[in-house]
Unconditional design. Structure first.
Length: 247
């Protein structure tokens, strides 16, 4: 087990499944204490038990990132219970694909509130502590922040927002030693697609991904680990990572 993050504390949102879960595992394996946040506490407790059995230190935080007060309380709990905060991984997100025409706009609200407002609330709440510790903020964006596809307009809009916000933030804090990292995965095999409410879009993406070797959550966790363990003078600004089979 590498000990390169020994003494560091990380907060990972959406840690109950997929990329967040794999990232929490990787950070704990590298020696960080990890606060794992999300709405499904049973998933988080299971992860805590697994990581603590391996010697890790894990704090479970029941959190809906769209609730600004709850976000502030979660960041406070992290610093009070784990002593500090050095690494924030803004991973919680939704991908509710579908055309704009005749869309159920509650899908739009959920995505904007989670992928954009939630990510910004967590960043805002954690920033003073991250500035104090010259910490690292990792935003799990998407290739959807760069590559626009038909039937994905609002998801694209949320991830473009993540990248724009993150670049503005980077310019604001980089000279104070805070690193802002944007990770842009292509298709990763997770639960993300299961929540799509527009049936034809769900069927189309399911058929599309069945033909390729998808990325695994661990591939993205490796990218996060690479960025957060870079020497303090080096910021990995952006990692764009696609399945080899995804044209
Ligand atoms: P998952 O669905 O497995 O993970 C998403 C996580 O976000 C869940 O654990 C969920 O936990 C959490 N979440 C959702 N809404 C909220 C909320 N309001 N408050 C707190 N947590 C929330 O999918 P992925 O691991 O794939 O997704 C993680 C990130 O990766 C997302 O931002 C996604 O956009 C991005 N991404 C994924 C890609 C892919 O192909 N899978 C490609 C590119 C980017 P809970 O329901 O318990 O709250």
């Amino acid at each position: 087990m590498s000990s390169s993050l020994e003494g560091h504390v990380a907060l990972v949102t959406g840690a109950g499944s997929g990329i967040g879960r794999a990232t929490a595992r990787a950070l704990a394996a590298a020696g960080a204490s990890v606060a794992v946040a999300g709405r499904r506490v049973d998933r988080l407790e299971e992860l805590r038990d697994e990581l603590e059995a391996e010697g890790g230190t894990v704090l479970v935080l029941e959190l809906d990132v769209t609730d600004e007060q709850a976000v502030a309380a979660a960041v406070r709990s992290t610093t009070e219970r784990l002593g500090r905060l050095d690494i924030l991984v803004n991973n919680a997100g939704l991908m509710l694909l579908g055309p704009v025409e005749n869309a159920d706009t509650t899908d739009w609200t959920r995505m904007m509130d989670t992928n954009v407002m939630g990510l910004m609330y967590v960043t805002h709440a954690a920033l003073p502590e991250l500035i104090r510790n010259q910490g690292t903020i990792v935003q799990i964006s998407s290739i959807a922040a760069r590559v626009v596809g038909r039937g994905s307009a609002v998801y694209n809009a949320t991830k473009f927002a993540v990248n724009g916000f993150s670049e503005g933030l980077r310019q604001e804090v980089t000279e104070r030693g805070v690193r802002v990292v944007v990770i842009e995965p292509g298709t990763v095999e997770t639960e993300l697609r299961e929540h799509i409410t527009h049936a034809p879009s769900k069927a189309a993406i399911t058929e599309r991904v069945a033909k390729i070797r998808q990325l695994q959550s661990e591939d993205i966790a490796d990218a996060v680990l690479y960025a957060v363990t870079a020497p303090p003078h080096a910021t990995v600004n952006e990692i764009f990572i696609r399945p080899t089979d995804q044209a």
